[in-house]
Design a protein around this ligand. Structure first.
Ligand code: HEM
Length: 271
């Protein structure tokens, strides 16, 4: 399997041009392998769930909580779905031509690219000013939580820290998607200089051939990584036990029962 594609510059030097499109298939394969591995694990492992009678008792005791608990503000939901739509348009316009579906993809691609870029800028400002900025980040401080979560997953009663609004897996996923997302956005904005847009006169000489090659390779690498990452995200969103979270991304709220049902008391405070 090839990883990179090389070409000759007008001066006869070998320079990078693109990633090899074999990587697209590798990412798709990785995504499917992950889904199968996770789905098998979920079937075979004994998963803890608070039983219905215990949840009934908890619900009875926590009548102080509202019947519908807000989880995602309207602004957060609009951001999520605009970003999701832009992401799908970007993936389809980038990869359909590679698998042989020919159409004028570049215009749709950069327009969706600008929508994605704007939604990310909005998200950064919104998360910094209005949301609990640090609740989504992950770092060495989370190692005790990681150890405790592994033990709990193995069915043991671990006393270590419990997850907050976002479980450890979600925070790790967010970190990876931030790296890949910022990767496609920064390289994509540079690449717009090379194509015809209404904003400026195209200038393919802004960077040297070798630097353009590295930029296209970085864009392609981050792009194919997003194929597997988006597959994993959609898979979790449609899994039956996560459906209540997906629904809250549409409606904005969860029920009191859904808030109380997870086996460990939730640390996030509804707002
Ligand atoms: C999910 C996110 C994205 C994916 C999967 C993706 C994927 C791709 C791929 C595979 C290519 C072809 C690269 C090559 O020929 O080596 C490409 C080209 C390009 N992308 Fe993206 N991209 C994404 C986001 C963006 C964003 C955010 C922008 C702009 C802000 C953008 C702008 C461009 C431009 C201008 C080109 C070059 C077209 C050309 O030179 O013909 N992309 N993209």
């Amino acid at each position: 399997m090839d990883v990179l594609t090389w070409g000759r510059s007008p001066w006869g030097e070998w320079v990078l041009t693109h990633i090899s499109w074999d990587l697209l298939w590798a990412s798709l394969f990785g995504g499917v392998a992950f889904l199968l591995a996770h789905a098998s694990y979920m079937v075979l492992s004994a998963h803890r769930k608070r039983d219905a009678a215990e949840t009934d008792r908890l619900e009875e005791a926590r009548q102080d909580l509202p019947a519908r608990i807000p989880r995602h503000s309207l602004a957060a939901r609009v951001f999520h779905w605009v970003m999701a739509a832009a992401m799908f348009v970007l993936l389809l316009t980038a990869f359909l031509p590679i698998v042989g579906v020919r159409f004028a993809w570049v215009t749709w691609h950069w327009i969706a690219g600008l929508v994605l870029t704007s939604s990310i800028v909005f998200h950064i400002v919104h998360a910094t000013v209005w949301l609990d900025f640090w609740s989504i980040w992950v770092g060495p401080k989370d190692i005790p939580e990681f150890k405790a979560e592994v033990l709990r997953e193995l069915g043991r009663d671990a006393s270590g820290p419990k997850p907050g609004k976002y479980p450890l897996g979600n925070r790790l996923y967010h970190l990876v998607i931030v790296v890949a997302g910022l990767g496609v956005v920064t390289t994509g904005l540079f690449m717009m200089v090379r194509i015809r847009t209404p904003f400026f006169t195209r200038n393919p000489y802004l960077l040297g051939d070798a630097t353009w090659g590295v930029t296209y390779v970085a864009h392609g690498m981050a792009g194919v990584a997003l194929v597997g990452l988006v597959m994993a995200h959609v898979y979790f969103a449609v899994r039956p036990e996560k459906w209540w979270i997906t629904k809250s991304m549409l409606l904005g709220w969860i029920t009191r029962r859904q808030y109380l049902e997870p086996p460990d008391p939730q640390r996030w405070i509804a707002r």
